[in-house]
Design a protein around this ligand. Structure first.
Ligand code: NAD
Length: 244
């Protein structure tokens, strides 16, 4: 049987890296991406090749830059042909009062988190439509559903992802392509490394399950949503341990 190919943005660490490990373990070809910490990405590539004998391409590209994405998708196409699964995972957060946020910071958050999803989907959808198959998972946040104080741009970007997901799912359902989003609560990754021990404890107490999720648990719901359940589409799946 032909191997399937997955492209995961923001895979140098955290949720993206764990997701790459899971897909590699399931026998997929992989394209893994990040924009800055390329050493970590190539270390992961080596690990996936050695541990799982995965065929894996590591590409540095800024997901907010369509020209760099053109390069990435061309390289991916040359190596593996069509992409079967797209995981739009790359994301950043800038915290602070809305009134203190600069126009540049606003644009960085919206372009990295939301415009990137549009750019990457635009790259893969034509071949998915041709193949009448494909699955897209967009990594979102509970703040896109409920909003967070001091994370207005982040919340807006993730809310945009949620609406984008539902709309695109309707457009692509007739072509047998699934589009879903996972709205994560609090996951134990570098994105949350700014918390003090006390803040972490307080936050964990707010969560019904009493703890942060691990990146592996986050990866498992991404994989399951992407690879299984052929009838599941247009959903924003809240994965927050009963937090909100
Ligand atoms: P992380 O900071 O550990 O990893 C983010 C990844 O995205 C890194 O690999 C980074 O290099 C990459 N990245 C950032 N900007 C990029 C760009 N412009 N181009 C390409 N790659 C870029 O964070 P994480 O917790 O693993 O977050 C992954 C996703 O999960 C993000 O979209 C984030 O918003 C979402 N999320 C995380 C949490 C959480 O609590 N950690 C909660 C909800 C949603």
């Amino acid at each position: 049987m032909d191997k399937k190919t997955v492209l995961i943005t923001g895979a140098s660490r955290g949720i993206g890296a764990e997701t790459a490990r899971l897909f590699a373990g399931k026998g997929y070809n992989l394209i893994i991406n990040c924009n800055k910490t390329f050493d970590s990405l190539t270390a992961l590539q080596k690990e996936l090749q050695e541990e799982y004998e995965a065929d894996c391409l590591a590409i540095r590209a800024d997901v907010s830059n369509p020209a760099e994405l053109n390069y990435m998708f061309e390289a991916a196409g040359r190596r593996f042909g069509d992409i079967d699964v797209l995981i739009n995972n790359a994301g950043i957060s800038i915290t602070g009062l809305m009134t203190d946020m600069t126009d540049d910071e606003w644009a960085r958050v919206i372009n990295t988190n939301l415009s990137s999803v549009f750019y990457c989907c635009k790259q893969v959808v034509p071949s998915m439509v041709r193949n009448k198959a494909g699955s897209i998972v967009n990594v979102s946040s509970v703040w896109g559903l409920y909003g967070a104080s001091c994370e207005v741009a982040y919340s807006a970007s993730k809310g945009g992802i949620n609406a984008f997901t539902k709309a695109l799912a309707k457009e692509l359902g007739p072509s047998n392509i699934k589009v879903n989003a996972i709205a994560f609560g609090v996951i134990d990754t570098d994105m949350n490394k700014g918390y003090t021990e006390e803040e972490r404890k307080d936050l964990a107490e707010e969560v019904a399950m009493g703890r942060f999720a691990t990146a592996k648990e986050a990866a498992e719901i991404i994989y399951d949503t992407a690879a299984n359940h052929p009838y599941l589409t247009g959903q924003v799946i809240q994965f927050d341990g009963g937090w909100i």
